[in-house]
Ligand binder design. Structure first.
Ligand code: XMP
Length: 328
């Protein structure tokens, strides 16, 4: 019968049988699937696993540290962190079109990962966090946007001479099963139950050009927003398992416009941040979250007071459809 423990035992046996005494490489993104897949393989083959985390510079506050702590301290895994923020920023210089951002980020990710893989010498196996819905969707003719984009996290598109045999320990699991396995492996709840975060990261929440300064502004505003929601107990902890009113996804978006404000007796002309919070079951449709007025006020005050360069905060009150959850 099905328990996380029996799944883990079986997966560990299967991984050991497949990999033997060879090495395996895993790209971890901080997302649920890649983390659980890597943790399972780590359980099975220990130090024969090399986990690679590419810091794209497009992550939220504290995300890199969370991945480092989880893999190094909790799992004792062999984790390599590639600091590629500058590479990504250079590649994104002057780019404002959302789909072009996505394409560039996907390509840059593959290039950085490929370089790291070559540096590590010949490794026979590559761990992928493919889950059952990915398998089904990939064979469908009309792949969704999120699915198309996922290719960059799943490290498709590597050159032919850098070929791997795939280890896909989650191939027959659904998302909620993956989460339970992750919990049983000792991954932190914040990682296992985290809300979706797009592969292209903050780049698609930084409307207009992506620069280090604008990213820092966005990251700071986003951290204030999400931590206030968390303190208020409004962030959904376990997707699908709570009431309709819990916020399923919430984030800040930096707009490519300036607006006039006033601070003391000074006129200011600074950036605008939009807050997005939605309730949803499946992310295909979503309602804007009815957040308490006083909470919104506190968040707006904190953002304007604490984040340099932002003088106005707006709240997104469109549902999906017709709007999407993300702004790009
Ligand atoms: P939209 O904006 O289409 O988002 O309503 C639906 C869900 O998909 C996520 N999303 C993405 N995930 N790469 C991803 O991996 C992407 O390019 C991407 N775009 C949107 C979004 O965060 C939401 O959960």
């Amino acid at each position: 019968d099905w328990t996380p423990t029996s799944i883990i035992t079986q997966a560990v046996e299967r991984i050991r049988a497949q990999v033997g005494s060879e090495r395996a490489l895993a790209a971890v993104s901080g997302g649920v699937d890649s983390s659980v897949a890597a943790a399972l393989v780590q359980r099975a083959i220990g130090d024969q696993l090399v986990a690679v985390f590419v810091d794209t510079g497009l992550l939220r506050q504290g995300e890199r540290e969370q991945v480092e702590t989880t893999f190094r301290k909790t799992l004792g895994a062999n984790l390599i962190v590639v600091d590629a923020a500058e590479t990504f920023l250079n590649a994104l210089k002057g780019v404002t079109d959302p789909e072009q951002k996505r394409r560039i980020i996907g390509e840059t990710f593959i290039r950085v990962f490929e370089q790291e893989a070559r540096r590590l010498g010949t490794i026979r196996f590559l761990v992928q966090g493919t889950i059952y819905p990915d398998v089904v969707e990939s064979s469908a003719p009309d792949r969704s946007r999120a699915q198309r984009i996922k290719t960059h996290h799943n490290v498709g598109g590597l050159p032919a001479d850098l070929s791997f045999e795939l280890v896909e320990p989650l191939r027959y699991l659904f998302k909620d099963e993956v989460r339970l396995v992750g919990e049983a492996l000792g991954l932190p709840p914040a990682l296992v139950w985290r809300q979706p975060f797009p592969g292209p990261g903050l780049a698609v929440r930084c409307l207009g050009e992506v620069t280090a300064e604008r990213l820092a502004r966005l990251r700071a505003a986003d951290a204030i927003f999400t931590s206030e929601l968390e303190h208020a107990g409004l962030l959904q902890q376990r997707p699908g398992s709570e009431g309709e009113s819990a916020v399923a996804q919430a984030f800040a978006v930096l707009l490519p416009v300036q607006s006039v404000g006033v601070m003391g007796d000074q006129r200011t002309y600074q950036d605008v941040v939009a807050l997005r919070a939605v309730t949803t079951q499946d992310f295909m449709t979503a309602h804007w979250a009815r957040l308490p007025d006083d909470l919104l006020e506190r968040i707006a005050n904190r953002i304007v007071n604490e984040v340099d360069g932002i003088n106005r905060v707006v709240y997104d009150i469109t549902s999906k459809p017709p709007a999407t959850i993300e702004w790009e």
